[in-house]
Design a protein around this ligand. Structure first.
Ligand SMILES: Cc1cc2nc3c(=O)[nH]c(=O)nc-3n(C[C@H](O)[C@H](O)[C@H](O)COP(=O)(O)OP(=O)(O)OC[C@H]3O[C@@H](n4cnc5c(N)ncnc54)[C@H](O)[C@@H]3O)c2cc1C
Length: 454
């Protein structure tokens, strides 16, 4: 193969951050606020002001393989690749970090979480915006003895003229009420951080056991970015892939997905499709799954239902009378990244038992909510939370550093096990905590340097 004779584009910064999802965006902003020279490299582009943002066409364009990424076992993985990462398509649910993160692993994110809740005004939607059908599902759950609660959300209905949130919000938020990590990037760049989009990092540069930068492609040209600190925030799949390509074969050995399925049922009343997704939820850590009210956007319904059977997809005209209970499993770490970009994510036996129990309960809720039992079915499995591929305690220390000095990970890949709940608030907390560590480590380093000079 002939090597290009064109010199690579080169950059220099104090810290290089790879990926602009909630992990990378938060870290970039915190470090920029502390006066660090940060270079943020993002593989995708900013889609927010494109005419197709938040449409079906958009979702095809800005997700990995047009949303047709499947694990070897047939799990459909939705992986947005754009500025803001998956928060550009998320449901906006906010769950505080699970208590086991502190109790079992010693990771205390209490202060960082409180600060984020305060800053982003995270709280449940007002009662009148939670949706009638979703509220009915929650009330039935409560009457069955479950502790359903309104979901705190990253949404500020008061900041838009018309709050217009429904299942379609999962394609991207068009009404502007939902927070997106790209907003943290906007702030970071106004105070000096440098952002390069269409910058796909391939490999970490390592010299004498220390990370010294990254290299990859910037559009069609090669680039090299040098820094004393490199933080990979390219998500559960992206971060592990970069580490693998850098020679670290253990990265991506095992993956969690918070595997989901939707149990559908059709009624004669209005369904959950036009209502904000997941406005109510019930989580029972003992059972290892979470339930919430949600269905697929209109045009996606026949595709997802069709994967199950043609009979179910023929109910498409009744989409607005569909009720949905979404199951989110706290799945076990299994499978992992294979060669050639393939992914394996088998359900373990324990996962299978949890799924069956959750399906049976969801079915009972739907029947009580008035769904015709003949119409009830469960969709094929999906994964929207690729995570736990570069786990704390396995490949990372408690400060998220790898065994290579100066090389960190900061995103969903770092979870020591599946969260089994919305991830973003935990990732923001981890990024704020890492920023404190890096700023503290640097000031110690600077003080030592100054005292040596004196
Ligand atoms: C449809 C959907 C709904 C969801 N709903 C919720 C919800 O309601 N609440 C919640 O908390 N969570 C939700 N999630 C999950 C949540 O959005 C993700 O878990 C979270 O965004 C992961 O953050 P991250 O920083 O790890 O990575 P990501 O958000 O995946 O960001 C990684 C970024 O890195 C970039 N990247 C990847 N590879 C490279 C590379 N080689 N070089 C440069 N850049 C690269 C990607 O383009 C991407 O922008 C949802 C996810 C989806 C898909």
């Amino acid at each position: 193969m002939r090597r290009s004779t064109v010199n690579p584009v080169s950059f220099r910064a104090d810290v290089v951050v790879v990926g602009s999802g909630p992990g990378g965006a938060t870290l970039t902003r915190e470090l920029a606020r502390a006066g660090k020279k940060v270079l943020l490299l993002e593989r995708g582009t900013d889609q927010r002001r494109r005419a197709y943002y938040g449409t079906y066409l958009g979702a095809l364009l800005y997700t990995d393989r047009g949303s047709l990424l499947f694990s070897e076992e047939g799990l459909n993985i939705i992986r947005p690749l754009m500025l803001g990462g998956a928060t550009s398509m998320f449901c906006g649910c906010a769950a505080v970090p699970p208590p086991w993160l502190k109790a079992k692993y010693g990771i205390d994110l209490d202060d960082e979480t409180a600060e984020t809740i305060d800053e982003l005004d995270i709280q449940p939607l007002p009662e009148e915006l939670r949706g009638r059908a979703s509220t009915r599902i929650a009330q039935i759950g409560i009457s069955m003895g479950q502790d359903w609660r309104p979901m705190p959300v990253f949404k500020r209905p008061g900041r838009v003229q018309q709050f217009d949130c429904g299942a379609k919000c999962m394609l991207g938020c068009r009404c502007g009420a939902k927070w997106n990590a790209a907003e943290f990037v906007d702030e970071a760049t106004t105070i000096g951080a440098e952002l390069r989009t269409s910058a796909r990092v391939e490999r970490v540069l390592i010299e004498d056991g220390h990370a010294v930068g990254v290299e990859g492609r910037l559009g069609r040209r090669r680039f090299e970015a040098r820094a004393d600190t490199v933080v990979l925030s390219a998500g559960g799949i992206g971060t592990a892939s970069i580490l693998r390509a850098s020679g670290w074969k253990e990265a991506g050995d095992g993956i969690a997905m918070d595997t989901t399925a939707i149990v559908y049922g059709f009624t004669n009343e209005e369904g959950t499709g036009g209502e904000p997704p997941m406005s109510w939820f019930w989580e029972d850590p003992e059972r290892g799954y979470m339930l919430s009210a949600l269905i697929d956007p209109w045009l996606l319904y026949p595709l997802m239902a069709g994967l199950k059977s043609v009979r179910h997809s023929l109910r498409w005209p009744s989409w607005n009378r569909a009720l949905g209970v979404m199951i989110k499993l706290k799945d076990e770490v299994s499978g992992g990244l294979l060669t050639d970009g393939k992914i394996s994510k088998p359900l373990t036996e324990t996962d299978g038992l949890k799924l069956t129990a959750a399906e049976q309960l969801s079915r009972r809720i739907l029947v009580q909510a008035g769904a015709d039992p003949e119409t009830i079915f469960t969709t094929p499995l999906r994964g929207t939370h690729p995570s736990a591929t570069v786990r704390i305690g396995h490949l990372l220390d408690l400060n998220l550093q790898t065994e290579i000095k100066g090389l960190y990970a900061c995103d969903a890949s770092t979870f020591p096990e599946a969260l089994g709940q919305p991830t973003v608030l935990t990732i923001i907390g981890l990024a704020k905590r890492l920023a404190k560590h890096l700023i503290g480590a640097d000031s110690i380093h600077e003080k030592r340097h100054a005292s040596r000079q004196a």
